[in-house]
Design a protein around this ligand. Structure first.
Ligand code: PLP
Length: 508
């Protein structure tokens, strides 16, 4: 199915979407993060409009978008666009006056998807801001200072939040803050022995106990309940439940960051914490709830929110957030997108698993609903991450009009997190093209030593020295201004000296 079958929502906004005569593309190095660079460096993509799960370039070629999860219900969905523009046409903003905006419906609607105790909604403009606000709430409420995070996590791109994001501080040679403590991520692809889950739990217990023994107090544990950023790791529920228990016993709060995995994407539940049967004290949502419009929310209990005192009124839902947020929920419901995510997602995984049996490079296929990861390795036996092969696949798939991205700390994981309107036909088309690309790769490659068979990849732009936001001078590639996708493997050797790498093997 193409966007024409769905009714192209861009027609009404075509004037805005069309490239203007004077339009100049920003240089590649300024406009793309690492995971998207491969789509830009050779035969740069000039995407000028988008519709549902499709992107269109300036020659009107249609690309299947398998990565833009932010456009949750579909790029430029007409219901969302209409709600936003209708509100903007009559909305007044003022400083200092109290305007009666009428009923704000969004928190009421959102509350219907949540447990009763999560009854207070604080709105802001980005996930990063929501994480920062959550940290403030936890520190004020518990009087604790220290925070437990998961290895390779990413929670946003502002200063305080960089400290909570090992993905950022490891890749940028930034010293880990002494109030931040890292637990290993439960990588059950590599840690497959029967005792693995217990090892991961005891690692976390040790981290929490160490904080207590040094006389420090935990403010919170923050994590994506299902870890999308490090490569779609679905943790065992006992591991999450045990950490929540330990942190609560130590007087801390638990924050669930659902910026990526929430809003029905996993198919079985509206929020991923529900699938793991845990009760976070604070829920962070963002990006997807606005289908790209910048809005986010910290959802918590009245009791916890009360620590903000009078400041609470700074976090109201604006009429525009209200209109956009409600429209997204309405589309999700009317188009049955959560149920579709469950069925299309499991169909896609089944197809990919068939492909996995035929191709040595696909080490693992995993995920839930419409978040699926393919781990690309040099061989199934060694499980050695094969970044070069993953890059080659991303690059070749672009020629096949499919947009993918290679993510994870070794950049060898192909992440499939498309808009939720992605169909079974899209899944078939993706798998067919992937099969074609994989069959072109040389077979039986067991090591990364011989990469000569792979077509030469575009070189990353020259390194420059720039000043990090934490005041640290570091060599960094030019275009890392989005805070994402920073785990360059080339930086590994010079990783933060204070930081101890956790891997499954380290837990023995
Ligand atoms: C898991 C997670 N949390 C928080 C954020 C930060 O959200 P924002 O980019 O809206 O600041 C991101 C951004 O990608 C994210 O992936």
């Amino acid at each position: 199915m193409t966007s024409a079958d769905l009714g192209d929502p861009c027609t009404s906004t075509m004037q805005m979407c069309k490239p203007q005569k004077t339009h100049k593309m920003a240089p590649v190095s300024r406009c793309s993060g690492k995971s998207f660079r491969l789509n830009q460096e050779q035969r740069p993509l000039k995407i000028v409009r988008a519709s549902y799960q499709y992107l269109y370039d300036n020659a009107n070629a249609e690309y299947l978008d398998c990565v833009n999860s932010v456009s949750h219900v579909g790029h430029c969905h007409p219901v969302v666009v209409k709600a936003a523009s209708a509100t903007m046409e009559c909305n007044i903003t003022t400083q200092g006056w109290d305007i009666d905006y009428g009923d704000i419906r969004y928190p009421v609607k959102l509350r219907q998807t949540l447990p009763d105790y999560l009854d207070t909604f604080l709105f802001c403009n980005s996930g990063s801001e929501a994480v920062d606000l959550s940290l403030q709430l936890c520190q004020l409420y518990t009087r604790g200072t220290d925070v437990v995070v998961i290895d390779n996590a990413f929670h946003g791109s502002i200063d305080s939040v960089h400290h909570l994001s090992p993905k950022v501080f490891k890749a940028n040679n930034i010293s880990k803050a002494d109030w931040v403590h890292i637990v290993a991520m439960p990588d059950l692809y590599r840690g497959q022995d029967p005792g693995a889950v217990d090892k991961y739990i005891s690692d976390a217990r040790e981290v929490v106990q160490n904080i207590r023994h040094t006389g420090k107090k935990i403010a919170c544990f923050i994590a994506e309940p299902m870890l999308t950023v490090p490569g779609i790791i679905i943790p065992p529920s006992t591991w999450v439940q045990e950490i929540y228990k330990m942190v609560h016993e130590a007087g801390g709060l638990c924050i669930a960051d659902e910026v990526q995995a929430g809003l029905g994407r996993i198919g079985s539940h509206f929020w991923s914490f529900q699938a793991l049967d845990v009760n976070p004290d604070i829920l962070i949502i963002g990006k997807t709830i606005g289908n790209g419009y910048p809005m986010a929310s910290v959802v918590t209990s009245r009791e916890i929110a009360a620590v903000l005192g009078d400041r609470i009124k700074e976090y109201k839902c604006s009429p525009l957030m209200d209109a956009v947020g409600c429209a997204v929920l309405e589309v999700l419901e009317k188009e049955h997108l959560m149920a579709a995510a469950a069925s299309v997602g499991s169909f896609l995984q089944d197809q990919l698993k068939t492909l996995q049996h035929q191709h040595e490079y696909i080490g693992d296929v995993r995920g839930k609903g419409l978040m699926v990861a393919l781990e690309i390795v040099w061989s199934k036996e060694s499980k050695k991450p094969a970044q070069e092969v993953a890059e080659q696949i991303v690059h070749r798939m672009k020629d096949e009009y499919v947009i993918l991205a290679n993510e994870g700390c070794n950049r060898n994981i192909l992440m499939l997190m498309p808009p939720m309107c992605f169909t079974k036909d899209n899944a078939i088309s993706l798998v067919q093209r992937l099969e074609k690309v994989l069959s072109e790769l040389p077979k039986h490659r067991h090591s990364q030593d011989d990469t000569a068979h792979l077509s030469p990849m575009p070189q990353a732009s020259q390194s420059t020295v720039c000043e990090g936001r934490l005041g640290i001078i570091q060599p960094q590639e030019e275009e890392d201004d989005d805070g994402e996708d920073d785990s360059s493997s080339s930086n590994k050797d010079t990783m933060d000296l204070e930081y101890t790498q956790h891997s499954y093997q380290d837990l023995d």
